[in-house]
Design a protein around this ligand. Structure first.
Ligand code: ASN
Length: 329
């Protein structure tokens, strides 16, 4: 069963907008430096974990004919999609590298990850939610023949190792950020909720509900959204997942992927997404060259925001990208 999504209204709590670097006081610069060190540690730890587990590190791209449609998506709030012409062809700025991941994981890179800048021009009314920025970085990864369970285990391991390391090696920084005691090493396996049970409990704004109620990371599965996530047409269940963090909500989204031509075509048509933007993936699927994969992307600013206990995730950016706020840098 396919569900038509509509965009959600949001009641945003007023969270102060982080200032650009040149306006910070001495104390604020110290805090910014601590968050920067936590970001460096986090990037090092996660990329080491992926490399050790046999993932290839790919470099990101910024302009492409095909990018993530970000539709239908229960959390969508895209004000503008950036499209420019180069060499007489239209290209879009990267919304996520999901399409590239599917092709790469099906061909030369069976296990891959990319630190990928994603541009999503969120509505300006999201400036004060504390969890939206219009440019962010994902650690986006994909593995051929992996299942959702494999991805859960991989992510749980990576995050537990990271927090364990931070608590061992970054005590001064965590103390300065008042997170030394409150940051706990999450216990694997993380709890798993079905989106249907959360809707029954919290209603349509289940994402905010669960983020407020949890004290540690939890999985949410079965979320109707973009065509590339696997959907069982018989049961209407989606084999996909989000990882939710206290306060910040979704820090990771991913799925087992569709790879069968007919299913992908049906879903693209039903979503009214432009078929011509996904011709390459459709052709590969038609020729049986698209392989079963699973993967996800971790939002680095939200992850570090949770670790550092920030109010607004733009505090984790050297050059804040707050919706509606364009700075010189
Ligand atoms: N990175 C996500 C995934 O792997 C896609 C996204 O960010 N929209 O499913």
């Amino acid at each position: 069963m396919r569900i038509k999504q509509t965009q959600k209204q949001e009641l945003a709590p007023l969270i102060e907008i982080p200032k650009p670097l040149h306006q910070l006081t001495d104390l604020e610069i110290q805090r910014k430096a601590c968050i920067g060190k936590i970001m460096t540690y986090t990037l090092t730890s996660l990329t080491n974990t992926f490399v050790k587990k046999g993932f290839q590190w790919l470099l990101p791209i910024a302009l492409s004919q095909s990018t993530d449609p970000l539709w239908p998506d229960p959390g969508a709030s895209i004000e503008k999609r950036i499209e420019v012409d180069i060499y007489g062809k239209p290209v879009r700025t990267t919304a996520s590298m999901i399409i590239h991941k599917l092709v790469a994981a099906s061909t030369a890179y069976p296990k891959l990850f990319i630190l990928s800048p994603n541009i999503r021009i969120e509505k300006a009314e999201r400036a004060h939610t504390g969890k939206h920025i219009y440019e962010f970085t994902q650690l986006d990864f994909e593995a051929r023949d992996a299942t959702s369970k494999d991805i859960f285990a991989l992510v749980e391991d990576a995050i537990s190792l990271l927090v364990e390391g931070l608590k061992r090696d970054m005590q001064d920084e965590l103390t300065m950020l008042c997170r030394c005691d409150s940051l706990k090493i999450p216990k694997a396996p993380f709890k798993i909720y079905d989106r249907v049970e959360l809707e029954a409990k919290y209603g349509s704004d289940w994402e905010a509900g669960i983020a407020q109620d949890i004290c540690e990371p939890v999985w949410v599965t079965n979320i109707p959204r973009e065509f590339y996530d696997f959907e069982d047409f018989k049961t209407g269940k989606w084999d996909n997942y989000d990882l939710f963090l206290p306060q910040f909500g979704e820090v990771l989204s991913g799925a087992k992927r569709e790879y069968e031509y007919k299913k992908i075509l049906t879903k693209i048509e039903c979503d009214q997404v432009k078929k011509e933007n996904y011709a390459l993936v459709l052709n590969m699927a038609k020729e049986g060259k698209l392989k079963p994969t699973a993967g996800a992307g971790i939002g680095m600013e939200r992850l570090v925001g949770w670790i550092a206990g920030v109010k607004h995730i733009a505090e984790c950016q050297p050059f804040p990208r707050v919706p509606g706020n364009v700075n010189e840098l």
